[in-house]
Design a protein around this ligand. Structure first.
Ligand code: NAD
Length: 534
């Protein structure tokens, strides 16, 4: 392993420490930030193209999911003409950015990370309001955004290091060039971290970026845009285009000068982007568009007959219901060996029943509202399906909260069949299916019997069974004897396969390779004289 090796483990990377809310000063800081940001709700954010604010007649409204009469704010809403303006500005700016030494670009990303540290609690508070992220989740998302900036800054310097294989009379150099212009299309559920991650990777490797945040989280994205400009990212190199996916998102995907699409979101949209990018490649543009698409999951945890049930219950409850189950990595199936099925189910129900539900701004909240009305309706439809397909073992009633926010209480369905819709389709909400397995063979068969391969885990005290899980579980991220969410940059590079994704791991050592074009340069250096300089 050398400094120049892009595949080195990067084991020394230090993650931004998560906030310890047992420390009073941290609780006070978060509370104060929530008050300050609360006073700024109702703000308006225009588009940012080439460093200029651009307003539009149409607007996106961002509401507080747990109190839908309150608006976080509004943003302008970009269309295809704005996409074109941003891409044309990026075309003019990208060559200078690409020519900068990697170190200079990386320094700007490190500065961006420092600015996020400066505004840490404010950014977290915006996430509380805009995404209904409970405190712990909101602050963890900001930590991850900081990590992405620093990890990719370091990785890009590593990629830029000189490498070659010279022999007498011949010099060989192997270099990485930026792809050009990247459209970054992000989801709302990690509203700062994922948007920052894809953007930082593209910028660090010398690309220009047009950011298209999700409709549900455009304000936190506007904060990122402001900080990026303050960090010294040149105006032509980064643009902020909130708007509708099918309008501005689609326009960016099809644009003749967008070389790369970095997408994270649902399988349906990811596959459509992949297909559309292939259709226009070679026709509308004279290159093949590169698509990175990180998509959904239907993640399972297996509970073995010798598992420590206390640990298994805690791990499953947090993985299934933390942030309302709205993580691509969330546990939505738990497959329990029949010998411990009843004991596990009983404890799982009791532990889930005790989860505090309420507004995300309250420090004790673990489960708040889901993101919007559409999500609530979809989850409620799945709950209806669950009632037909399994036994409703727990249905937490959110009572009066449902009048003011998009709340859905945690639901557990027992005795669900492996081919039931509840066990096959991504629900993206606080709904957990419990399945029984005769033995470990059947448990692995059930776990692997879905279209997705994102995260998965097993609780077991048998080394042989853990080894089987290592070999047999078809997932991108496998967790043994712990929860299956909360991957850390560098430590648990994240991403799936099958219909969960077509990229290499975010926060991993080979991630940046997707953003560059490799080039080999060979020179005949046999002495034959050179022409004098002109
Ligand atoms: P989504 O697919 O609805 O939207 C994602 C983004 O795509 C948004 O910015 C949206 O505006 C845009 N979009 C929508 N239609 C488009 C189109 N036709 N052309 C271009 N862009 C378009 O997803 P979401 O609801 O924001 O996020 C939830 C999904 O994301 C879940 O399926 C979840 O599993 C997945 N997710 C995956 C990962 C991962 O790393 N694998 C991480 C987070 C979320």
């Amino acid at each position: 392993m050398t400094d120049a090796d892009p595949h080195s483990c990067n084991a020394e990377f230090a993650n931004e420490p998560h906030v310890d809310f047992a420390v009073e000063a941290n609780r006070m800081a978060m509370q104060a930030a929530i008050s300050r940001v609360g006073a700024q709700l109702g703000c308006h954010c225009p588009l940012v193209i080439d460093g200029e604010s651009v307003d539009t007649e149409g607007r996106l409204a961002s509401v507080v999911p747990y109190e839908f009469t309150r608006q976080v704010g509004t943003t302008a809403s970009a269309d295809a003409s704005h996409a074109d303006r941003a891409v044309q500005a990026a075309r003019s700016a990208r060559a200078d950015w690409a020519r900068l030494p990697a170190r200079r670009r990386s320094d700007k990303l490190r500065r961006l990370a420092d600015l996020m540290r400066r505004d840490f609690f404010e950014l977290s508070a915006w996430e509380v309001f805009e995404s209904a992220k409970p405190w712990r989740e909101a602050t963890a998302d900001v930590c991850e955004a900081i990590d992405f900036c620093e990890y990719y800054a370091e990785g890009a310097e590593r990629l830029a290091a000189c490498r070659g294989a010279d022999v007498p009379g011949e010099e060989n150099r192997f270099v990485y060039l930026p792809r050009g212009i990247a459209a970054v299309i992000a989801p709302w559920n990690f509203p700062l971290a994922i948007l920052t991650g894809m953007t930082a990777a593209a910028l660090a490797t010398g690309n220009a970026v047009v950011m298209k945040p999700a409709e549900q989280s455009p304000i936190i994205a506007a904060k990122l845009m402001q900080l990026a400009l303050e960090a010294g990212i040149p105006p032509g190199v980064l643009h902020y285009l909130p708007g509708k996916g099918e309008e501005v998102g689609a326009a960016l995907v099809e644009h003749s000068y967008v070389h790369l699409i970095a997408f994270t979101g649902s399988r349906e949209v990811g596959l459509a982007i992949h297909a559309r990018a292939a259709q226009v490649s070679g026709k509308r543009c004279k290159f093949v568009k590169r698509v990175i698409a990180e998509m959904g999951g239907k993640n399972a945890v297996i509970v073995d007959r010798d598992a420590d049930l206390d640990e298994a219950v805690a791990g499953v409850v947090y993985s299934a219901f933390g942030f309302q189950g709205q993580k691509c990595s969330a546990c939505s199936r738990v497959i329990v060996l029949k010998d411990v099925y009843d004991a596990f189910l009983h404890r799982l129900i009791e532990a889930t029943r005790s989860l505090p539900i309420g507004p995300a701004e309250q420090p004790a909240t673990i489960v708040s509202a889901v993101i919007d009305q559409e999500a609530r309706d979809r989850i409620l439809r799945y709950i209806e399906i669950g009632r037909q397909e399994g036994t409703e073992a727990l249905a937490v009633d959110v009572g009066e909260l449902a009048r003011s926010g998009y709340y859905v209480g945690p639901h557990i369905f027992a005795d669900v069949a492996p081919d039931a819709r509840l066990a096959q389709e991504e629900i993206f909400g606080p709904v957990l299916a419990v399945l029984s397995a005769e033995d470990l063979d059947e448990a692995f068969r059930i776990a692997n019997g879905v279209d997705y391969a994102l995260t998965g885990g097993i609780f077991s005290r048998s080394p042989a069974h853990l080894d089987r899980a290592r070999r047999e579980m078809e997932v991108g991220n496998l967790y043994l004897n712990r929860g299956i969410t909360g991957a850390l940059v560098g430590r648990q590079p994240f991403g799936g396969f099958k219909l969960s994704g077509i990229g290499s791991k975010a926060g991993g050592s080979d991630y940046l390779l997707q953003y560059v074009i490799p080039k080999t340069i060979t020179e005949n250096t046999m002495r034959r004289g050179f022409a004098p300089p002109e």
